[in-house]
Design a binder for this molecule. Structure first.
Ligand code: NAD
Length: 305
């Protein structure tokens, strides 16, 4: 199958590209390399350096003729969305709209959209289901939510099929330190450099960490299944930042202790997504335990040093 992956040079996108190629698909990456790395793109994928906002996107799709577009490209830095809301909105809202319009005009069958737990905002229950009201509390969360709204409208108005995947905090090899799940790569970076990892607040805040290869596999399943569904992609397991830090310290053989700093305003206390519907509609559940994922991530970081 011919699949276009926007943001295919990024952390999650590059793993998706790798898996698609391993299963024999023909893949084209569209990326502006703002955070992505061309060295992370599988050699068999063709690469177009382009902003997803560009008018030329339609021409790129017309030439490649993808059956499916997996849309990962986005501005993913939450503080940056507050500092520069217009460029966040441009990449995430206008970029998504342009991807949808280019897809519609070039006969794409389906768009798989990378959304986020950030669309929920402050959780009203211990485990967030897809029916939780969307009330983003960051501009990034709002721009991902608006992107979702366009995806749904393109189905309603133009019958463009879709699956929306709302990831929890993704971690794994090739992750930068700024994105949503960046705490894992930031802790590992510090520990391997012999610098204490920084915990903001009391460390008792919890997150639902999902390994990048599990997320990539969910995208591949969504290419075929879960038409017009919105699905959480998560483990449903809460891990405190303190526990995460302890696990990483013990795995990196360090005697370092975390450096506690004041909590950052706007940080959500607990965030855990219920993955039940992903299992129901995609037959997907996370295969990696946190321990397995962290081991692979540390090994990758060690090799890179
Ligand atoms: N990492 C997480 O924990 C997480 C959680 C929830 C949702 N997401 C979503 O997953 C997707 C991928 O995130 P990631 O963590 O891999 O981030 P990333 O920054 O590593 O990857 C984003 C990729 O998109 C490219 N890009 C950015 N803006 C672009 C533009 N305007 N035009 C073309 N290319 C552009 C970047 O160069 C990069 O290669 C995003 O849509 C993000 O919102 C990530």
């Amino acid at each position: 199958m011919r699949v276009a992956v926007t943001g295919g040079a990024g952390f999650i996108g590059s793993h998706i590209v790798e898996m698609l190629i391993e299963q024999g698909d023909d893949v084209e990456v569209v990326d502006n390399f703002s955070t992505g790395d061309p060295n992370h793109v599988h050699r068999q994928a063709s690469v177009v350096e382009l902003d997803v906002v560009s008018k030329s996107l339609e021409q790129v799709f017309q030439q490649f003729k993808p059956e499916v577009v997996i849309h990962q490209a986005a501005q993913v830095d939450v503080p940056k969305s507050l500092a520069d809301p217009l460029s966040d909105g441009m990449a995430n809202v206008m970029g998504t709209l342009n991807v949808l319009e280019a897809a519609r005009r070039s006969g794409v069958r389906k768009v798989v959209y990378a959304s986020s737990c950030a669309v929920y905002g402050e959780p009203q229950s211990a485990k967030i289901s897809e029916f939780h009201p969307p009330e983003p509390i960051s501009l990034y969360g709002a721009s991902k939510w608006l992107g979702e709204s366009y995806v749904r409208l393109y189905h309603r108005l133009f019958q463009l099929d879709y699956t929306i995947l709302r990831y929890s905090n993704v971690y794994g090899p090739r992750q930068g330190m700024k994105g949503e799940g960046g705490v894992v790569s930031s802790f590992i970076h510090n520990l391997l450099a012999g610098v204490p990892p920084v915990i903001y607040g009391d460390g008792k805040q919890t997150r639902d960490f999902v390994y990048v290869k599990d997320v990539a596999r969910a995208n591949l399943l969504a290419v075929k299944w879960a038409s017009t569904q919105v699905l959480n992609i998560s483990t449903g397991v809460q891990t405190s930042i303190e526990t995460l830090c302890d696990q990483l310290i013990s795995r990196t053989d360090h005697v370092l202790k975390a450096d506690y700093k004041p909590a950052r305003p706007g940080d959500i206390r607990h965030s855990c997504l219920d993955p039940f519907r992903a299992e129901m509609h995609l037959g997907w559940e996370a295969a990696y335990t946190l321990a397995e994922g962290l081991d692979e991530t540390i090994q990758y970081a060690r090799e890179r040093r």
